[in-house]
Ligand binder design. Sequence first.
Ligand SMILES: *Cc1c(COP(=O)(O)O)cnc(C)c1O
Length: 379
Amino acid sequence: MSGPAQNPDNRLTVNLGAIAHNLEALRALLPRGARVAGVVKADAYGHGLVPVASTLKQAGAEALAVAALVEGEHLRKAGVEGPVYLLLGLRPDQARRAAARDLIPVCADMDIFRALDAAGRERGRPVPCQLKVDTGMGRLGVAVDQAVEMLEQLIRLPGLELTGLVSHLATAGDPASDHARRQTAAFAGLLSQARQRGLALADSSLAGSGGVLVPLRQMPSPPCLVRLGVALYGGLPDPASAGRADLQGAMSFTSRLLAVRRAPAGTLVSYGCTWRAKRDTWLGVVPAGYSDGYPRSASNRARMLVNGRLAPLRGRVCMNLMVIDLGGLDPLPRPGDSVTLLGRQGEAEISANQLAAWAGTIPYEITCSLGAANQRRYI
Ligand SMILES: *Cc1c(COP(=O)(O)O)cnc(C)c1O
């Protein structure tokens, strides 16, 4: 975040202890011998790259994963050690930079592997890298039927150390998914073909949070790695994976009532007059909006916590303001009272999953947006 600070009444807090707790809780679901790569791309899903990476390392995560080279370099400059995967791979002209920082690119293109091979021979030590295979995500990766041929080319390059195959599930988290089962079978098949050729590929990975919360029957046998993202932050990859692990939300966002106003029946609220008071009530004005990363699509649907009670959002979310209904709250809240938009207030909680459901999106987007728009405080 640059520019003048946000409204000082708004506070984004990241609970690093919750992230360490979630790592423990998720480990309990892993097959024996499986190791964890904590996914910290996109500024750790809005929670802060370096603080989260350091927390995960301290809590015992065996590896980390980011999207782009610059994020990996940032981790190294901050003194974070150990394996760091680059999930987006590289351009060939970035191979030397990745090698210099001992980052592990996940690639699918021969041009890039050749550049990495050259960098490895130049430095006199092979560069670790992984081969991305598209088993059904339709995004990145070499096709399944070309993967073995590619592996055979790669093992002839002395500047490379191929440590694993990577693939990504498109429908993980959905226990009923046949697609995930097919992807898993294709991945397991490739791994066994590679192992027949004497390649251990011990750091291969298929599952993200969804593949762990909904265990895959043919999960590649350990030793293997899982790439955990959203669940480390307390989010669910799919509502159907609720209740599988005791996860704690790591992000909270609070504000303070800017005004409390009497609203007679018939009062119209916010742009487009999309809400009209059916009876006399009290409205609270919250000084936060979509410029603070709160989803506008939650207009007329979300709720917030005031004095431990739920207050519904009325009308459209504005750039810096929202209006909530305080009708029925006794005692009536006052200007300056704390409002929780995300997180716990006493016994009650609004989770990122819940806010995402109200907004018609996923918890990933909620925490990325709030994290990008606000200064973070850590506890
Ligand atoms: C983001 C990402 C993950 C993490 O997924 P979650 O659902 O957040 O656990 C794993 N693998 C790849 C390739 C990713 O892009």
